[in-house]
Design a protein around this ligand. Structure first.
Ligand SMILES: [Zn+2]
Length: 99
């Protein structure tokens, strides 16, 4: 893999994404595999993601000062992450021909 690229998390997928766009440590699912996850889950996730950005912008919930805002941000961020993980499991299963 070329430097400055991060790999798709799906096993045996050779696609990569731009590390400067997502961050070196970000786990990504390429577009092809992302579409293998359920549309319902993906829609729910992007809805929550939009809501998060509207309220908290680019801040990471864990970096926010303690308080109600931070708790709400963490709650949303955790939900978004869980949905992403479920999309990932679905994409992996679909890619492996299971399910
Ligand atoms: Zn992929």
């Amino acid at each position: 893999m070329k430097p400055g690229r991060i790999p798709c998390v799906i096993p045996f997928c050779r696609r990569t994404a731009d590390a400067t766009k997502y961050g070196e440590d970000t786990v990504i699912i390429c577009g092809k595999h992302w579409r293998m996850a359920s549309a319902t889950l993906r829609r729910r996730r992007s809805k929550l993601e939009r809501r998060y950005r509207r309220r908290f912008g680019d801040q990471n919930a864990w970096d926010m000062p303690a308080g109600t805002e931070r708790e709400e941000a963490i709650r949303l961020q955790t939900l978004i992450h869980d949905l992403w993980e479920r999309c990932k499991s679905q994409a992996i299963e679909a890619a492996a021909g299971i399910g």
